[in-house]
Ligand binder design. Structure first.
Ligand code: 5GP
Ligand code: ZN
Length: 118
């Protein structure tokens, strides 16, 4: 899966602004941040999305890592949003499972923006 950009990030083949790394996960800043803090967390192993038979323990580790990112970025108290886009209707663009952690400024209420595409 060497053509997958997040596999390449995980292997250090594409430079990224690392937030933390452990044996199974890597967290790095999004290249096009949607807020003052926008960090992505990925498993080092390739899974396409939430429905790709991801082990429950790994899902737990990914979400635990979201609060760790918030702590490292100093937004634990102010709050943050955790988003996973999974599949076509969610407009997932990189098909390697990832969690967005976004914060650092107040966000509007709600989270669903439907496009006009049908
Ligand atoms: P998605 O829409 O799939 O949930 O989000 C993919 C995210 O990956 C986007 O926010 C996009 O800015 C980010 N992204 C795409 N390519 C790269 C890259 O090469 N490096 C980094 N750090 N982020 C990327
Ligand atoms: Zn991948």
């Amino acid at each position: 899966m060497s053509e997958c950009i997040f596999c390449m990030v995980a292997k250090g083949e594409i430079p990224s602004k690392m937030v933390f790394e452990d044996d199974e996960l890597i967290a790095f800043d999004d290249i096009a941040p949607q807020g003052p803090v926008h960090t992505l967390i990925i498993p080092k192993q390739h899974y396409a999305n939430m429905s790709d038979d991801v082990p429950e323990e790994l899902l737990g580790r990914l979400f635990a890592a979201a609060s760790r990112v918030a702590q490292l970025k100093g937004i634990e108290e102010s709050g943050y949003r955790v988003i996973v886009n999974s599949g076509a209707d969610a407009s997932q663009t990189v098909h390697h499972l990832h969690i967005h952690v976004i914060g650092g400024k107040p966000m509007s209420h709600g989270m669903v923006n439907f496009s006009d595409r049908s």
